[in-house]
Design a protein around this ligand. Structure first.
Ligand code: GLA
Length: 378
């Protein structure tokens, strides 16, 4: 039997249509950025490989799940400008292009930090400390060069990172030692001058601890009193099973939002491993006993731990969802578990499971519970 051409066309069309429907409908995995679209941006920190799209399964997660990106390292001073001979913007340019290609809110991280900043920045010709005027000039030049290059393209900047100690006092860094307390105000002023439309943030860890948040409140109020632009505070959110408590976190969100600034979770992950600072730098291969204690899940996370992680993530996202009017973004520090710095900190060579996607790039039970927070509240 000879089929009429128009019938063949119709069949081909139907097949194509069902393929399209299947592509949308059969891929039942929801996207975090869609589910939380009315609440806040959902971001991820990208490593170099992800910026260069070298692992297709990770690129697929990033483009499907997230509407904001932060560079894990490529915008840090030591990467951009390791020695006084000049800048290298290759990876940073690529990062911004990736965000633009995917219509993402692009975060710049970070301009002024004591860590991952090369020693020469703070030195004079004899390798002693440089003076206030020189360091301020270097800071200004760096901020103008970097923020200026991405003016109108990077939408928000972590201007100053980790300037406070655990008690909320000024952390004793070279920036503080050489310039004095006003280095923070200067950094924000320069960043604003370099791109008047960019949002400007202060970013730090342990910001849920009352001792620390007293300092952050002081810092924000001080900038505000001087009429200096600050749009938000970033709580890094490098958390674990025992910290922070839900109450402490919620209290901190309320305190910060009352300052009239946006609150963001900027580097979120939830370690499932014992937090053991006393072993920092230890070689865990030393004894089998120590290895078992410190690295209990080298071959996979047991079901009850997956569930514990899923529950804890859900509890935090319930708080975020409830305070969605105060929170502008939640960014995960990494895409899948294998990317996380927590595998190597505070001890090297452990196997952690702190993110929503596993090493196989599949969503974990924690992903489902985070999605369900919004679906059950509807
Ligand atoms: C801090 C920094 C980040 C990153 C993490 C650890 O939180 O802000 O850039 O270095 O530490 O990976």
């Amino acid at each position: 039997m000879k089929l009429h051409k128009s019938v063949i066309n119709a069949v081909v069309c139907l097949a194509a249509l069902s393929a399209v429907v299947c592509l949308a409908g059969c891929d039942a995995q929801p996207a975090l950025k869609d589910v939380y679209a009315r609440d806040f941006l959902i971001g991820a920190a990208l490593n170099r490989e992800q910026i260069y799209e070298q692992v297709p399964a990770e690129t697929a997660i990033v483009t499907k799940q997230f509407n904001s990106i932060t560079p894990e390292n490529v915008l840090k001073w030591e990467k951009l400008y390791p020695d006084p001979n000049g800048y290298n913007f290759d990876a940073a340019d690529k990062f911004v292009e990736f965000g633009e290609k995917n219509n993402m809110f692009i975060v710049g991280h970070t301009l002024v930090w004591h860590y991952q900043t090369p020693g020469w920045v703070f030195q004079d010709a004899d390798s002693g400390d440089t003076d206030r005027e020189t360091l301020l000039a270097r800071m200004k030049d760096h901020i103008f060069t970097v923020v200026g290059r991405y003016k109108g393209r990077i939408h928000g900047w972590d201007v100053v990172n980790e300037a406070l100690d655990p008690n909320g006092n000024m952390r004793n860094t070279k920036w503080f030692e050489i310039i004095g307390e006003d280095y923070i105000a200067k950094a924000f002023e320069y960043a604003h001058e370099a791109d008047p439309n960019a949002e400007l943030y202060y970013n730090d860890f342990d910001m849920w601890k009352p001792s620390k948040f007293a300092g952050v409140v002081r810092l924000v109020k001080d900038l505000q009193a001087k009429g200096i632009r600050i749009d938000g505070v970033g709580m890094q959110a490098h958390w674990g099973f025992d910290y922070p408590s839900l109450e402490e976190l919620e209290a901190a969100i309320l305190v910060y939002s009352q300052l009239g600034v946006k609150v963001m979770m900027t580097e979120m992950e939830m370690s499932v491993l014992p937090y053991v600072r006393k072993y920092t730098g230890a070689d865990i291969t030393e004894t089998a006993e120590l290895q078992k204690e410190l690295n209990p899940y080298p071959d996979g996370l047991p079901t009850e731990m997956q569930e514990k992680l899923a529950k804890r993530y859900a509890q935090f996202f319930s708080i975020f969802h409830r305070h969605a009017d105060r929170i502008s973004r939640v960014t995960f520090w990494g895409v899948q578990d294998g990317n996380s710095w927590r595998n190597n900190w505070p001890i090297r060579g452990r196997t952690d499971y702190p993110l929503l996607f596993g090493r196989d790039c599949k969503p974990k039970p924690a992903f489902d519970t985070v999605i369900k927070v919004v679906q059950t509240d509807k």
